[in-house]
Design a protein around this ligand. Structure first.
Ligand SMILES: *Cc1c(COP(=O)(O)O)cnc(C)c1O
Length: 391
């Protein structure tokens, strides 16, 4: 096959195309000098370092978060791990919430300590205690990692007070997978680096795994060197799908924000439901923080049935609209019985300490479902099990 150099001369498509190329050619020595040595004109070099489709989506992501710069990664975890490897070194002390995403906690407890990082973990259940714990370490901390809302209880953090507690020089990273823009703009509140599992709301179709980091150019440059070197990269097609999904992010979030509020209010009115954790309800313990920081409360609702684990399983089994699966932000509604899924390996004591009773269910509303159909489905499942219990 001969490479015809005018094959790609036809480049006036409105949408940025998908680039799938392991490397990029130079026309001559002059071009190498301009593209590689002086960087006076943009040129690709090799597929681990860059890809024009990544650049297109990264620019869009920076605009979305109000960031100077962004990077895409092969997964949300890849974005997190790359950030921590790039920003931390032996002897550094870090803080994270005990309610953080399980695999992020694993990185802090089982990977970073191997390289001499000292980890402090505090619960965010009581926001005041969390701030006091962070404040007590003032002067010792290099980085504070936050996540909000947390799963499954949707706990929030007073981000501005964390910044005030640590001072201007400590790096604050925040996992905003559950609260992407327009629901929350982390960088406006003193966060240095916002991290996303783009697998969730950002991509929003349940069909890709990807991650994002956005922040100041000076920090992103450090992450870029680690991404270039260690290779947790995505491909052009995944970047294309993510870029396309961002056009509908606002629409999708508005839709699940409205659905979430409606389903949460329905659930709260059911006699078989003990508690509903949703930031849009006045009953949420962190409602004040929700009103301050969030513009919408998303599509994930956690509720506790006043039932045994078996009865709860019977309710979940009778649901016909949601798929039984762990994820959120996808078109389909998903449901998981928390003590059967995420926490199936936890002992009774561990479940108590994280506050997850056996009747806990997490519902992740999908924007392709009709909210009336979701509520009707919940209604028939709850009614059936109540009847069985009563007879
Ligand atoms: C899913 C998720 C992650 C990890 O992202 P992946 O894309 O699955 O690697 C991190 N944090 C939160 C809050 C998540 O929900």
């Amino acid at each position: 096959m001969t490479k015809h150099r005018n094959d790609d001369a036809y480049t006036n498509s409105i949408e940025a195309p998908t680039y799938q190329s392991a490397s990029y050619y130079f026309n001559n020595a002059e071009h190498v000098k301009a593209g590689l040595h002086d960087r006076s004109e943009p040129a690709g070099r090799y597929g681990r370092y860059s890809n024009p489709t990544w650049i297109a989506v990264e620019n869009q992501l920076s605009e979305l978060s109000g960031a100077e710069s962004s990077l895409v990664f092969s997964s949300g975890m890849a974005a997190h791990v790359t950030a921590f490897l790039a920003l931390l070194e032996a002897g550094d002390e870090v803080v994270l919430p005990s309610e953080s995403y399980r695999q992020v906690r694993n990185v802090f407890h089982h990977i970073l300590p191997k390289f001499g990082v000292k980890v402090h973990e505090f619960s965010i259940r009581d926001p005041e205690t969390f701030i006091a714990n962070v404040e007590a370490l003032r002067g010792r901390i290099k980085l504070v990692h936050l996540e909000m809302p947390s799963s499954p209880h949707m706990y929030l953090i007073d981000v501005e007070r964390v910044r005030a507690a640590v001072g201007p020089d400590v790096i604050i990273t925040l996992d905003s997978s559950f609260s992407p823009p327009p629901n929350f703009y982390a960088l406006k509140w003193g966060v240095d680096l916002v991290l996303f599992s783009a697998t969730k709301y950002l991509s929003g179709h349940g069909d890709i795994v990807a991650g994002v980091a956005s922040g100041r150019e000076e920090l992103i440059e450090k992450l870029r060197w680690y991404r270039d070197t260690t290779g947790p990269i995505t491909d052009g097609n995944t970047a294309f799908l993510l870029r396309r999904s961002l056009y509908t992010l606002q629409l999708r979030m508005e839709r699940v924000n409205a659905m979430g509020l409606e389903v949460a209010r329905y659930l709260e009115a059911q006699p078989s439901v003990d508690r509903v954790y949703y930031n849009g309800l006045d009953s949420h313990p962190h409602r004040k923080l929700a009103q301050r920081y969030l513009n919408g409360f998303g599509g994930v609702i956690t509720f506790e049935l006043n039932m045994t684990e078996e009865q709860t399983a019977a309710v979940v089994d009778r649901l016909r609209v949601p798929f039984m699966a762990s994820n959120f932000g996808a078109p389909h509604t998903l449901v998981e019985q928390s003590t059967f899924f995420t926490y199936f390996e936890y002992s009774e004591d561990e479940l108590k300490s994280i506050g997850v009773p056996r009747g806990t269910v997490r519902l992740a509303l999908g924007y392709s479902n009709d909210v009336g159909a979701v509520i009707k489905d919940l209604d028939q499942a709850l009614a059936h099990v109540q009847q069985t219990t009563a007879s």
